[in-house]
Design a protein around this ligand. Structure first.
Ligand SMILES: Cc1ncc(COP(=O)(O)O)c(C=O)c1O
Length: 402
């Protein structure tokens, strides 16, 4: 009897779905003796558990059944107002609650962006390397990628111009992570920001500005968001509570001034999940409504991560290895290390034996053609664990080179 592969029944778009290296690795790293610099996990001891418990109690007391009921797709009006006010404060540009759609994690925002813009074979422009989860989200819509060259100051505007001049078909949007990028930790230089906005404006090309880490700045002044510039081309801003509060609550937001795009996003979201969790939104809003306390909470996270970054950078400086290169980031959760001549996917096998793991850089390149990078997360492990982990990594590198 011949068996027909079940794969034949799946939609074509599933053919490109691959298990994410990161998610797969998160499974491996559940063992307690493995030190993981792999996932992008916040420090769990900084989650405001008592504050959230109290907020949840108050929500049940004040809102009762409404907090457990269906609600509107756009999100709770309280949450939308809070996001609009915070965006206005951070960008100096006025945003209204109507501009805001609450989404189920910014990952859902990326999926919805893919859903409304991408037909099979369409081009998306992104930094090289770029956030793996964005590649995964757009892969599901059978996107193809055009990449912008980057340096320590982020995406290079001239490279973007070259890409756009040659693009065929012309891309649907540019996806950028301007602050403390995942995976490189790099920040797009101030002078490049407006240039990139103007280039996209010239081509009437939408920008998707993904900014989960902007509030986790360790030093220096905030730089203007891309969305803070007036532009005739749409700029879609994606923000999230994941890194400043809790990723498990899945409360995030898309801020879009263009009404037509916003409507498409809302309709797509309706088809996906009707709306984001009512209870989580109410609790989130209740917790952040004490603005001073919330700002203090975010400042504590940034201070803690700054120390962890310093510890990781100092430990890396102790690794005597030729060709090891890194620039400590000024914020966020990731430190990008390159070791010239080394394939870090191979290195991972050795380092996993030494009980330390990271994400090989190749996953973040849409063409999967650069092998010497690795992404190290410094937010999740304690300072002591970071010291031990980097020492193990040093051993792994020297064993691997031998
Ligand atoms: C650049 C970037 N965008 C989006 C996300 C997804 O975040 P969320 O938890 O809001 O879905 C992440 C998570 O690591 C990220 O690094």
């Amino acid at each position: 009897m011949t068996t027909v592969s079940r794969a034949a029944k799946f939609a074509e778009r599933t053919a490109r779905l691959r298990a994410s290296t990161i998610r797969e690795m998160l499974k491996v790293t559940q063992q307690p003796d493995v030190i993981s610099f792999g996932g992008g996990l916040p420090a769990p001891e900084l989650f405001p558990t008592a504050g959230i418990a109290e907020a949840a109690r108050r929500v049940m007391e004040l809102r009762g059944a409404a907090a457990l009921q269906y609600s509107v797709t756009e999100g709770l009006s309280e949450m939308r107002r809070w996001v609009a006010e915070r965006m206005t404060r951070r960008t100096g540009r006025i945003f209204e609650a109507e501009d805001v759609t609450i989404v189920n994690g910014s990952q859902q925002g990326l999926d919805l962006v893919g859903k409304i813009f991408l037909d099979p074979g369409d081009h998306v422009v992104m930094e090289n390397p770029s956030y793996l989860g964005a590649i995964q989200a757009f892969d599901a819509y059978q996107a193809r990628y055009l990449t912008i060259d980057t340096d320590e100051d982020g995406a290079i505007p001239e490279s973007l111009e070259r890409v756009l001049d040659r693009a065929d078909p012309f891309p649907k949007f540019v996806y950028l992570v301007p602050n403390f990028q995942n995976p490189t930790g790099r920040t797009l230089a101030r002078e490049r920001r407006e240039r990139i906005v103007r280039i996209c404006e010239r081509y009437d090309l939408p920008i998707v500005e993904d900014d989960p880490y902007g509030e986790l700045r360790f030093e220096g002044a905030d730089l203007p968001s891309l969305v803070s510039y007036e532009s005739s081309a749409p700029i879609l801003y994606s923000g999230t509570g994941s890194k400043i509060m809790s990723p498990g609550m899945r409360v995030a937001w898309l801020v879009i001034r263009d009404e037509e795009i916003r409507e498409k996003i809302v309709l797509s979201k309706q088809g996906a999940d009707l709306h984001s969790g009512t209870f989580a939104q109410y609790v989130f809003h209740e917790y952040v409504s004490d603005g001073a306390a919330f700002d203090a909470h975010v400042a504590t996270i940034a201070r803690t991560y700054r120390r962890r970054r310093d510890v990781m950078a100092a430990a890396l400086n102790h690794i005597a290895s030729d060709g090891l290169h890194f620039v400590p980031p000024s914020g966020g959760m990731f430190l990008w290390v390159t070791v010239s001549g080394i394939d870090t996917t191979e290195l991972l096998r050795v380092s996993a034996e030494q009980k330390v793991v990271f994400v090989p850089g190749v996953s973040f390149y849409p063409a999967r053609d650069v092998h010497d990078g690795m992404r190290l997360n410094f937010s999740n492990a304690s300072e002591e664990m970071i010291r031990v982990g980097i020492e193990r990594l040093g051993h792994a590198i020297s064993t691997f080179k031998r």
